[in-house]
Design a protein around this ligand. Structure first.
Ligand code: HEM
Length: 193
């Protein structure tokens, strides 16, 4: 029974990956086309893109109602590390508003996208070294968790999968992940124009 259920019903995280894989490819291509590690100026644009995204979702990382659902959520925020990266480079933080609080299904969709981005950050962190930046200077927000990126991600997806939602709410999670990737694409377009 259990095995059949798993085959017929992929986990929420797997479904989110499937529905957003085309959007992820567009984002990946968009970032790579902008060559964010080709020069310091390009990296500064990349930092602004990241800062605006992480400011937008900071409200969710700090949301008291979400903490019991996603253990260590507040500690997952990379905003403080980003602020430190700006300080390392002697840059002024851009004006970027905090995003709105969201209901649980929408919050889960947005958090899936931003937490997942830390997986791709493994590659980006290696590239940043070429500019002299590391998880101790200038590229702190790209650092992996001390326990390893993979384990940190699996803890998140396990908690995400365990949240009890109705099918209608699950559809809202997927729409929100799509909206989040659309927002990421918009930010990339604006910062790397
Ligand atoms: C050049 C930029 C990027 C590259 C090269 C990249 C690469 C990757 C790679 C290799 C993975 C899979 C890691 C694994 O499963 O072991 C991944 C996962 C993921 N990335 Fe990216 N990524 C990039 C940018 C982004 C951005 C900007 C976002 C969103 C803000 C994002 C969202 C995600 C998500 C949600 C996942 C998890 C997919 C899953 O459910 O397994 N990525 N990325």
């Amino acid at each position: 029974m259990t095995i059949h259920a798993e085959i017929e019903t992929p986990s929420r995280a797997k479904r989110l990956k499937a529905v957003s894989s085309a959007a992820h490819e567009r984002v990946d291509n968009g970032v790579m086309a902008a060559a964010p590690f080709a020069s310091r100026q390009a990296y500064e644009r990349f930092l602004r893109f990241q800062y605006r995204l992480h400011r937008r979702v900071e409200t969710l990382y700090a949301d008291a109602a979400l903490q019991p659902l996603l253990p260590d959520l507040a500690a997952r925020s990379r905003l403080a590390a980003l602020e430190q990266d700006f300080a390392d480079l002697g840059l002024v933080l851009p004006q970027a508003d905090l995003g709105p609080a969201l209901e649980t299904p929408e919050a889960l969709g947005w958090l899936y996208v931003v937490e997942g981005s830390n997986m791709g950050a493994a590659f980006l962190a290696k590239e940043a070294v070429k500019l002299g930046f590391s998880d101790e200077f200038g590229a702190r927000h790209l650092a992996g968790h001390p326990d390893g990126r993979g384990l940190h991600w699996r803890r998140f997806t396990a908690a995400l999968d365990a949240v009890e939602l109705t099918p209608a709410e699950d559809a809202r999670v997927e729409s929100a992940a799509t909206a989040a990737f659309d927002h990421v694409e918009k930010l990339i377009g604006e910062e790397f124009a």
